[in-house]
Design a protein around this ligand. Structure first.
Ligand SMILES: [Fe+2]
Ligand SMILES: [Fe+2]
Length: 135
């Protein structure tokens, strides 16, 4: 069973960004499944790396639009992105160095962070983006 499932309530009303959120959910589930299947460290490291890279790519996409349309909430929103990136990079370093392992707790954190961020922060830009013709 996947850890997190895409639902319509997650839609931010912009197709490209919804698709990116779906991909992030997919990567979190992949990491979860891999951990539960007892896959080796190298496999987990690779997925964590993919998740980090795709997260950066996704944040860059949202931020590109914040700047393009001069989104009123960009400073606060970008701060949340920066904090998560910092956390995941720190985690990756620890896992790579053998100082941490991917655990249920970490997966729960990623799941909660992503769903809360989409529901509370990302959804806040929906009508603003739509009003600017982005949908
Ligand atoms: Fe997002
Ligand atoms: Fe965001």
């Amino acid at each position: 069973m996947p850890l997190i499932t895409w639902e319509n309530k997650f839609s931010v009303g912009v197709k490209e960004l919804d698709n990116q959120h779906k991909k992030l959910i997919e990567l979190i589930n992949e990491l979860y499944d891999s951990m539960r299947a007892g896959h080796g460290k190298d496999v987990l490291k690779q997925i964590l790396n993919d998740l980090l890279e795709y997260t950066k790519y996704h944040f860059d996409t949202e931020e590109k639009y914040f700047i393009k349309y001069n989104y009123y909430g960009k400073t606060e929103h970008m701060k949340e992105h920066a904090e998560l990136k910092e956390k995941v990079m720190d985690l990756k370093q620890k896992v790579d160095g053998g100082k941490a392992v991917i655990s249920n707790e970490i997966l729960q954190f990623l799941k909660n962070w992503l769903s809360t961020h989409i529901m509370e922060s990302d959804k806040r830009y929906s009508s603003f983006f739509n009003d600017n013709g982005l949908n």
